[in-house]
Design a binder for this molecule. Structure first.
Ligand SMILES: [Zn+2]
Length: 327
């Protein structure tokens, strides 16, 4: 009998910009949002119900707000996405440190979150119930704040990822109730559920793989090549359920590996800017949207062949996971 699984697709819906440059505060270009109606139609055809984590710059633009408002809300969800540098009120110039939500004083996060949520409700006529930080990372203080604002699902955990400012290295790669004192661990609170995106090694024992991977990364060039060799021989690959970082074929590999580990929640993610051609950064294909859609289709059809898939938005996934003992 086929296993039952959930499939979520989340899209950081935000301005396009040069990630190698400074952090701009205004004059955002959001032409990529024009690609969303066609992307949504593609998703609906496959049965996918995307969750759009919308940031302030997108909600604040009349044209892009209108595009999102026109989407059929039965087939998608609007969540909130906080880019500190693009979201008033502004306190200081944004630096690398203050571009991470986890580094801001909680009073400042609250003011920014208030303006983001009210902008979304004014312009898109909906209450966001789900959230992701810009540049990932979360802590207990922010989770409590989100809960007070009516948000009950977070997706700021990026498994196996670590920066100077936070680490998701030991975080689970399946949904869990994060402990307010250590958001990488399961706690006892039931206010806000964490649904991480799907990132994993194609082997069991993620922590051992991560150790090995990092060891080979740190050594001189000859050692660095070992990760390349491991990749090509398929012995050890860090795989992302994201059409930006992995091909359809690689995502199929990740799906098989997660199924062999008995995982039942598949959370794919991308940035809306990847749907737009000729932007700096992630995608170099002539028709970026078509390329992204092709990879998604390969992965989703593979998952459907192997399992019984329930397609859901992130809040629907939360409902299913918390009401249904099966998952
Ligand atoms: Zn973002």
């Amino acid at each position: 009998m086929k296993k039952s699984v959930l499939f979520i697709l989340s899209v950081d819906t935000e301005e396009e910009w040069d990630w190698s440059g400074p952090f701009p505060n205004d004059n955002f270009s959001i032409n990529n949002v024009n690609e969303i109606p066609a992307f949504q139609a593609f998703c609906q055809e496959l049965g996918i119900k995307p969750t759009y984590f919308v940031d302030y710059a997108v909600a604040n633009n009349k044209k892009s707000a209108q595009i999102l408002k026109n989407l059929n809300q039965d087939y998608c969800e609007i969540g909130a996405h906080l880019h500190p540098w693009a979201n008033p009120p502004f306190f200081n110039d944004t630096t690398e440190v203050s571009s991470h939500v986890v580094n801001l004083p909680i009073e400042n996060v609250e003011k920014k979150l208030n303006s983001l949520l009210s902008k979304i409700s004014e312009e898109l006529h909906c209450q966001a119930k789900s959230f992701r930080t810009g540049r990932w990372g979360i802590n207990g203080e922010i989770l409590k704040l989100l809960h007070h604002k009516g948000i009950d699902v977070d997706s700021s955990i990026y498994p196996l990822y670590l920066t100077k400012h936070f680490s998701c290295e030991k975080a689970p790669d399946s949904p869990y109730w994060p402990d307010y004192n250590d958001t990488n661990s399961q706690g006892s609170q039931k206010n806000i559920l964490e649904i991480p995106v799907t990132v994993s090694f194609n082997r069991s024992f993620n922590f051992l793989c991560q150790k090995l991977h990092k060891l080979f990364e740190r050594r001189p060039f000859s050692w660095l090549r070992i990760n390349g060799i491991l990749w090509h021989t398929r012995l050890l690959r860090k795989l992302y359920l994201s059409p930006e970082l992995c091909s359809g074929k690689e995502m199929k590999m990740l799906i098989d590996s997660q199924l062999s580990k008995d995982k039942t929640v598949f959370h794919m993610y991308l940035h809306s800017s990847s749907l737009f051609e000729n932007i700096t950064g992630l995608s170099f294909h002539d028709n970026a949207r078509e390329h992204i859609c092709r990879q998604i289709k390969i992965a989703v059809q593979h998952l459907e062949k192997k399992t019984n898939v329930t397609f859901c938005t992130i809040s629907q996934a939360k409902e299913i996971l918390t009401n249904n003992k099966h998952h």
